[in-house]
Design a protein around this ligand. Structure first.
Ligand SMILES: Cc1cc2nc3c(=O)[nH]c(=O)nc-3n(C[C@H](O)[C@H](O)[C@H](O)COP(=O)(O)OP(=O)(O)OC[C@H]3O[C@@H](n4cnc5c(N)ncnc54)[C@H](O)[C@@H]3O)c2cc1C
Length: 498
């Protein structure tokens, strides 16, 4: 049995605690935020979570995460459903008239809907119920302790020091401190240099939570979202008659940010967009102000050198402090939980518990295979989106942003009509090909859902000749159908109304 110390009680830390305790280890989690366990999800929603401010923003828990829990920790799914979460079975919500014969694998196409605080509350209760898990909250890890002797020349972490000066000994230290955890700074005093790559997502998040007034009414049954060019939006079902609306705007679009930060204007904006309007037509009341979150970068860190040798032993990073991706794609909790389970599976082998170097190598290789393709996909998608979104910074690494607001185009896409812009063509194929295909073609729908939910590699949709052929066939007939209804007003109309 190993003594494991985990930095941070977010989804990555709690997931690691649950999985490693179930692999037979003793776990201590150290969480900076002072968050005693409340009795219900509503109490958890009031948590003061300065350390993870994204808990007050919309979250979707994709099928990759839901299926991992279903297959390895089914009692967590039961506890989530008991706490008011729901399963979003995507194919049951398929458009009417779609010829959808059940197929093997359909049961995998389901996500979980609940507030992020509810998810964390359940995960914390389940982890603590293991008995071998202890949580220290209201104190932070300030530094690492390393052994006097290295392992084959690699520094070995053997404990942590807390903000009150206490030292905790550990066989394994897991950093699950989130996107703000400065892993390089933590390891630098021990002679370990952690390389990292960062790229700005180009967006900021503005979110508001709501409660339905009529308790007989169901919250939205699907996650709805779209991109208006100047603004992205989404409606997310929550638990216990709650839901949330999120707007994502260009990180330098100060005009849009200022408007949407105003609670009344936020509601006016939601009423202007066909997909969000039905949820703010008097059937709900806001239960939060408008929450804003910036600094949303894609970032990955390397823990192996070029020769696949670990840079540090006795230490693993899980979740956002290892690899963080644009929240818009909803992948972070799934990837954190995948990492947690990979580590726990390695630690279920006594030989791997004893061999820090072999374990670090195996962990990083497995995580690289699971996580890096999604990081690369997020960076590529964000570069494209930034080129399309007024008020987005150019494709420079995060941190190189000079913070100066740039002028915004009056309307996205209002360029010289004689030019053929490849990105306009791509937008056209998405809108006039993919969107209608998702409403009519089960092959395209299943492929899209599987990729979106991290059940197939990120490039599998674009490299699937059958799917592309189907989408293009529908795109070719775009002039034979009525035009797609607008997803929302133009920027100029939006600004005028809001
Ligand atoms: C705006 C936004 C929206 C998102 N939406 C989604 C979504 O829809 N779906 C999805 O799957 N993911 C989403 N994510 C990503 C998701 O929130 C994270 O990937 C997920 O929480 C895993 O993070 P984590 O456990 O690594 O870190 P976090 O959840 O951020 O937790 C880190 C914890 O560590 C604590 N901590 C940090 N340093 C220390 C220290 N030194 N000592 C003690 N404690 C410390 C912090 O207080 C915090 O509680 C979103 C992220 C953002 C920013």
């Amino acid at each position: 049995m190993a003594r494991i110390v985990i930095i941070g009680a977010g989804v990555g830390g709690l997931g690691t605690a649950l999985c490693t305790a179930r692999s037979g280890h003793r776990v201590t989690i150290v969480e900076r935020d002072d968050t005693p366990l409340p009795t219900d999800p509503h109490g958890a929603f009031e948590w003061d979570r300065h350390g993870a401010p994204q808990v007050r923003h919309s979250h979707a828990f994709l099928a990759r995460l839901r299926n991992l829990l279903r297959d390895r920790h089914p009692d967590v799914i039961t506890a989530l459903l008991d706490a008011g979460a729901t399963e979003l079975r995507f194919l049951e919500m398929a458009p009417e008239g779609m010829d959808l014969e059940p197929e093997p694998g359909d049961e995998d196409l389901a996500a979980l809907a609940c507030r992020r605080t509810t998810f964390e509350w359940v995960l914390r209760r389940m982890a603590l119920a293991e008995g071998a898990v202890e949580l220290i909250h209201g104190r932070s890890v300030t530094s690492l302790v390393t052994a006097d002797e290295t392992v084959d020349g690699i520094p070995l972490v053997v404990g942590v020091t807390l903000s009150d000066g206490t030292t905790l000994d550990a066989d394994v230290v897991v950093d699950a401190g989130g996107r703000r955890s400065d892993v390089p700074a933590l390891l630098a005093p021990h002679g370990v240099e952690i390389p990292e790559a960062e790229e700005d997502t180009g967006i900021i998040y503005l979110s508001r939570f709501f409660r339905l007034l009529d308790l007989d009414e169901s919250p939205p049954s699907v996650v709805v979202g779209a991109d208006l060019g100047y603004l992205k939006y989404g409606v997310f079902p929550g638990d216990n008659h709650t839901f949330s609306i999120t707007f994502a705007v260009g990180s330098r679009d100060s005009e849009m940010r200022r408007l949407l930060l105003d609670p009344d204007r936020f509601l006016t904006a939601a009423a202007l967009i066909p997909a969000t309007a039905p949820y703010v037509d008097g059937r709900s009341e806001p239960i939060t102000d408008v929450e804003v979150m910036g600094g949303l970068i894609n970032r990955r860190r390397w823990f192996l050198n070029d020769g696949d040798r670990p840079l540090v032993a006795g230490f693993h990073a899980v979740g956002d402090c290892h690899t963080a991706t644009n929240p818009l794609y909803g992948r972070g909790c799934s990837l954190a939980m995948v990492q947690a389970q990979v580590l726990a599976d390695l630690l279920s082998d006594p030989a791997m518990v004893a061999d820090h170097v072999a374990r670090a190598t195996a962990y990083e290789k497995a995580v690289h295979a699971e996580v890096t393709p999604w990081y690369d996909a997020a960076v590529a998608q964000d570069r494209f989106n930034r080129s399309q979104t007024p008020g987005s910074p150019p494709a420079t690494p995060a941190g190189a942003d000079d913070g100066v607001d740039i002028a915004v185009r009056p309307d996205a896409g209002a360029s010289d009509p004689t030019e053929v812009d490849p990105s306009d063509f791509l937008r056209g194929v998405l809108r006039e090909g993919l969107l209608p295909a998702l409403r009519s073609d089960p092959v395209v729908l299943r492929a899209f859902l599987a990729t979106f939910n991290l059940l197939r590699p990120p490039d599998s949709l674009l490299s699937d000749a059958d799917v592309i052929g189907r989408v293009m066939a529908i795109y070719q007939t775009r002039n034979e159908r009525p035009a797609e209804p607008p997803l929302g007003p133009t920027r100029a109309a939006f600004l005028a109304a809001v």
